[in-house]
Design a protein around this ligand. Sequence first.
Ligand code: ZN
Length: 354
Amino acid sequence: MMKRPHELGELRQDPITEKWVVLATGRGKRPDDFAGDSKRHSFNAYKTPKYKDDCPFCNLGKFTQEPDVLRLPDDPERWQVHIFGNKYPAFQPHDELRHWQVGPYRAAEAVGYHEILATRWHNQFGGYASEQLMAMEIEALVLRYRQLQIKQSVNYIQIIKNQGPEAGGSLEHPHHQIFTVPVLPNDISDLLHGTERYAAKNDQKAFTIILDFEKSDGRRIVWENEDFTVFCPFASRVPFETWVLPNKSNPHFESIDSSQQRSLAEAMRQALGRIAVGLKNPAYNYYIHSAPCDDNGFVCDDRLFGNFRWHVSILPRLGQWGGFELGTGLEINTMAPEEAAEFLREQKVPEPVE
Ligand SMILES: [Zn+2]
C-alpha cells in the first residue's frame, strides 16, 4: 500500500461518490482553534429557559401552528414531541403526482410534505437533551416516515436538522424538518449509483468495506455501540464532519426497531454532545440519508437499493465556502479527520438539561 510520501496537503476521494476533497492541514489549525468564536461561548443550554413566551414553538396559544399529525406520548397533557405541517412549506402537499414531457425535457408538479418535529421544551438542544427524549424524537420520525412513504407523490423523504443561525436554523427552539419530494434527489442518486458502481467493481458492498476498515484502523472512530459506529469520514468535507452508521447493512432508516431507535439515540447524543462541548456549541446541520421509498417507477429503480446503507451525516458549520469551492465543487477542509476524531473521543458528553 502506498503511504503518504511527505507532509504536504492531501487530496482524498470518497470511494462511493468518487468526489475529491482537499485536506489543507498545513495551515496548522488545532482542534481548539475551531472552538474560538467568542459569540458561541455565550450560548448555555443550562441557562436557557424551558419556555419562552415569544417563541412560536413554545407559545402555541399565541402562535397557532398547523394541527398536529403525531404526538408522543399520544396524550394532550403529557406529550413531549409533536409533528405538524410547516406554516411556510417549500412544497405543497398533494397525494398524487402529475408529471409530463416537454420535448426532450421532463417536468413534474412540485408536490410534497414539509413538516416540523418540535420538542415540547425550548432548552432540549441536540446533545443536551436526554437519551429518552432523543429516542422519542427518533421514534416519532420513524412513525411519520412510515405514514408518508406510502403516499403516491412521495418518492424520497429527507429528514434534516438545522441548529444555529449559521446553519440556517431560523428558530432557536429545537426542531427537525421532514421534507418529501416526488423525485430522486441528486445527492441520493449519486450515493445509490456510487454504491452500485463500487459493488460491481469490487464485488463487495462499499459500506461494509468502509466500516470494517474504520474499525480495524481506529483512528477516525469517535464512539461505538452494538448497533452504530460514530466516526469522522476519511474524505471529510468540513472540519469535524461526523457520521453515524449502522453496523448492519440496511438501506431503510424507517425499518429500525425500538431497540435500534434507543441505540441510535445513544449514538446521536454521543456525537452531538461531544461536538457541542468540544467546539463550544457550533451551528451544525445533520441529515439522514435513506433509500428512496417508492416503487412507482417514475424516478426510482428498486435494484439500486441493495448495496446502500442508511446513515446520518453531521456537518458543523465552522467555515464558509469561497469562490474556489463554488467554482470547483472541491471542498477545502483544514482539519484532518484523524485529528478531529481524536479530539472528539476526548470530550465528555454533557449532562442532559432538566
Ligand atoms: Zn421555544
